[in-house]
Design a protein around this ligand. Structure first.
Ligand SMILES: Nc1ncnc2c1ncn2[C@@H]1O[C@H](COP(=O)(O)OP(=O)(O)O)[C@@H](O)[C@H]1O
Ligand SMILES: O=P(O)(O)OC[C@H](O)CO
Length: 498
């Protein structure tokens, strides 16, 4: 039997394991959700041991479903929710605290102090980021400051820091390998993305000892092998990158100017900017797209914190839908939202606003507003947020985007995709394989072990469905003005309350 590539996709809400064949088609998938822990409002944690046991379970499940042995796997590619921060004991492998998730806002005050010290320009110039609780750096500081004895142990070299990529490699190799890749390192606020090294100034400012940090590798190389106890034979781990970077690669956005948007828990639009690390003047991030064979490709990124998570909130918080796809049914029951706008700023606002103190709000309610209006307005809020980001991206790049490639769970919603095309006045292209994150991770791994060549990869992208705008410009402008008014009113909410 020809070998397959195994992608491990460690997302914000679930762990997936997906097997791909040589033509880039999915052979088998296994997926399991894991616990979201909300210890306080605006705090979000994950149990890293649960993440590992879930990831290991789905990996075994997918091998079983496809009836293959570890020897039939040419390599593993890992992709992960980014920024989520874990500190563990190097010797025992025990986490010293739950992982602090990227959405968590507990370090907003630490960020304010960094801003007061005038570090914004330095952070943008070196790390490509804005100062925000989103990134790992301030989360590491919080753990070292708040877990008893942690700082001393870190200074003694007893503790290791990693994002979920590092954690999975560490667990898969039986604690042998402590590495990250350059895309994940670039999301810590501690890494100089142009010099490709940890930034001494930020390490000092946040009091993070160098000894905690993983070694930084490219996105496509052999990092190690799985521990013999885990599978019937060791498997090479050969690809690693943050989920949004993998999605950009899996969407075949290899050329400068190509962009994709992923609708998962959040929404993340990345545009390939080639070998240039372009600095945004419009609230976007500069990020490493990937590193292959010693060459770094950069991207501009618009990160929106809450997208599909707003649909989960309709399901689990408000309990007005049973399943995420039901949102389409309710949205289509009405012709418009009756003037209702939902701003899902549950974790503050990311790009292009960067307001850690914004909070969610519903505007425009009348006695006639019903469940369908709220569901429709929630779905539309995803599209408005993507419009905010696309406008910023077009301003930065000076070019109008002709097509936007889309993927992620909520991209399966045809109502949303049509409204998205209407709101952007840009073609929205959904590929046949929407598991582009996992595909990208598989591709990085496949390239490293010679399973695929770059030419093979060009041929894997196939259009599933294209959505084009049918909305009049006047209507588009009016709807978007309403959104801008609503966003403005949701800003600085938590701050005012303090
Ligand atoms: N048909 C749908 N309509 C709207 N949202 C959806 C739909 N299907 C899934 N979602 C949303 O997409 C998200 C899951 O997408 P996924 O790409 O798996 O996210 P993640 O990788 O962040 O866990 C969930 O937040 C869910 O609410
Ligand atoms: O898990 P996702 O797909 O929502 O992605 C999370 C992002 O990587 C956070 O930056």
């Amino acid at each position: 039997m020809p070998q397959l590539i195994l992608a491990l996709d460690q997302g914000t809400t679930s762990c997936r394991a997906i097997l791909f064949n040589q033509t880039g088609d999915i052979v088998s998938v296994a997926q399991q959700e894991f616990t979201q822990i909300y210890p306080q409002p605006a705090w979000v944690e994950h149990d890293a041991d649960e993440i590992w046991s879930t990831q290991y379970a789905v990996t075994q499940e997918v091998l079983g479903k496809a009836k293959i042995k570890a020897a039939d796997v040419a390599a593993i590619g890992i992709t992960n929710q980014r920024e989520t921060t874990l500190v563990w004991d190097r010797k025992t492998g025990n986490p010293i605290h739950n992982a602090i998730v990227w959405q968590d806002r507990r370090t907003a005050a630490i960020c304010d102090r960094l801003k007061e010290k005038g570090l914004e320009d330095h952070v943008r110039a070196t790390t490509g980021l804005v100062i925000d609780a989103y990134f790992s750096g301030t989360k590491i500081k919080w753990i070292l400051d708040n877990v008893e004895g942690a700082r001393k142990r870190a200074e003694n070299g007893e503790l290791a820091f990693g994002t979920m990529d590092s954690w999975l490699v560490y667990k898969l190799t039986g604690g042998e390998v402590h590495v990250t890749d350059v895309t994940n390192a670039g999301r810590t606020m501690l890494f100089d993305i142009k010099k490709r090294q940890w930034d001494e100034k930020m390490l000092t400012e946040l009091g993070v000892p160098r000894s905690m940090l993983p070694e930084v590798k490219s996105s496509s190389e052999v990092y190690g092998e799985t521990h013999p106890d885990l599978f019937s034979s060791p498997i090479k781990i050969a690809g690693m990158a943050g989920d949004q970077h993998c999605a950009l690669f899996g969407q075949a956005c290899y050329e400068k100017g190509q962009a994709k948007n992923t609708y998962g828990t959040g929404c993340f639009m990345l545009m390939n900017t080639g070998t240039e690390a372009m600095t945004s003047k419009n609230g976007l991030l500069t990020t490493v797209a990937w590193e292959i064979d010693g060459e770094i490709t950069y991207a501009l990124e618009g990160a929106v914190f809450i997208a599909g998570a707003a649909i989960q909130w309709l399901r689990d918080g408000l309990k007005i839908i049973d399943e995420a796809p039901d949102s389409e049914f309710y949205a289509r029951k009405v012709n418009d939202t009756g003037g209702v706008y939902v701003v899902p700023a549950f974790a503050g606002l990311g790009a292009p606003y960067w307001d850690m103190y914004a909070r969610g709000a519903i505007f425009g309610l009348t006695r006639g507003s019903n469940k369908a209006h709220i569901v429709r307005a929630t779905l539309q809020s995803l599209a408005y947020q993507v419009r905010d980001v696309l406008d910023a991206m077009q301003k930065d790049s000076g070019a109008k985007l002709k097509t936007l490639r889309v993927d992620g769970g909520a991209s399966g919603n045809d109502f949303l995709m049509q409204f998205q095309a209407d709101m952007l006045d840009t073609n929205v292209e959904r590929p046949q394989v929407t598991e582009t994150t996992a595909l990208g991770a598989a591709m990085f791994a496949g390239l490293a072990v010679g399973y695929w060549t770059k030419d093979d990869l060009e041929r894997t992208w196939q259009l599933g469905k294209c959505f084009s705008s049918t909305m009049e410009e006047d209507k588009r402008a009016k709807l978007y003005r309403g959104w801008q008014k609503a966003v403005k009113r949701s800003m600085a909410w938590a701050e005012e309350d303090e």
